[in-house]
Design a protein around this ligand. Structure first.
Ligand SMILES: Cc1cc2nc3c(=O)[nH]c(=O)nc-3n(C[C@H](O)[C@H](O)[C@H](O)COP(=O)(O)OP(=O)(O)OC[C@H]3O[C@@H](n4cnc5c(N)ncnc54)[C@H](O)[C@@H]3O)c2cc1C
Length: 254
């Protein structure tokens, strides 16, 4: 059954973005060290906010769509930051300009609405998990105290030229180790990256207060209907696509 929010959204001018696919063509891409920034031009303006994601699929492809965080959006143009592996992401990473994909969304609660707005934040990102944090950092610099974005190789660190990374290959350690050094008691933390990185952070941060983790699960629909991304928290179950992807660390049984 169509719930209240879907009905409300469907009645807005952008409502059809919520339920319908639109075509989008690759217009540019940059590949470095196993990661890619891929820019697509869609048919309509994409009103995405930092922390939101799109469901993406190959045109006419037989597989379920995949969730990808928005790295940047400007009008009809949207950028994704992907690891060059897996069925869809490898296709995106190797796509020549003009190749078509299909997009639906944006979905998910924007980070700004999910976090305590009275704090400033340390952003901790690993690998492609940097995408939503990078968008948040550029869109809401007043809410950001510091960043710890980690990548393994120096080649990968060239993929986003305007960004400072902690590069493991250069002996700079990991994003979570850097986060310990940058942590301040009055600030919050927003983290997105591999599960091991999030678990390590959860173990090592001096406080759980205002710490938020972006979780990943396989998503079928992206808007709360299929129940494919349900996670169990201390406060009950939540659908990561609709109630997340950001979850307060206090709510996680970690
Ligand atoms: C809200 C959200 C936002 C996300 N944002 C991003 C993002 O910005 N960038 C990004 O890169 N990812 C992102 N992801 C993760 C991404 O959606 C998943 O990794 C998705 O499965 C990628 O689809 P794919 O077709 O490229 O890879 P899949 O083909 O689904 O493969 C996923 C992983 O499984 C491995 N795998 C596949 N088949 C096998 C097999 N038979 N045996 C062993 N391993 C196998 C692949 O190598 C790969 O590492 C996000 C996920 C969520 C939930």
């Amino acid at each position: 059954m169509v719930d209240q929010r879907m009905a409300e959204q469907a009645a807005t001018p952008t409502g059809s973005l919520f339920l319908c696919w639109q075509s989008a063509c690759v217009v540019a891409r940059r590949n470095r060290g196993g990661y890619s920034v891929v820019e697509l031009e869609a048919e309509r303006v994409i009103p995405a906010e930092p922390g939101q994601f799109m469901m993406v699929r190959m045109e006419g492809g037989p597989v379920l769509p995949r969730a990808l965080s928005v790295l940047r959006v400007e009008g009809k143009r949207v950028q994704f930051f992907v690891k060059d592996e897996g069925l869809l992401r490898a296709r995106l990473a190797g796509a020549v300009p003009g190749t078509s994909f299909e997009l639906r969304g944006p979905y998910g609660v924007p980070y700004r609405r999910a976090v305590d707005p009275t704090r400033r934040y340390l952003l901790v990102g690993g690998g492609s998990g940097i995408a939503p944090l990078h968008f948040f950092w550029r869109r809401h610099p007043e809410l950001v105290d510091a960043t710890a974005f980690g990548l393994r190789t120096r080649d990968a660190a060239e993929v986003l030229p305007d960004t400072t990374f902690v590069v493991e290959e250069l002996g700079q350690g990991t994003a979570s180790a850097r986060a310990q050094a940058l942590w301040k008691p009055d600030n919050g933390v927003i983290a997105c990256g591999p599960r091991e990185m999030l678990l390590q952070l959860a173990r090592e941060l001096p406080s759980r207060d205002a710490v938020y983790m972006a979780l990943e699960e396989r998503m079928g629909c992206g808007h709360g209907t299929c129940q494919g991304c349900v996670v169990i928290t201390r406060k009950g179950t939540l659908r990561l696509c609709k109630d997340g992807p950001l979850v307060p660390l206090e709510a996680l049984p970690w």
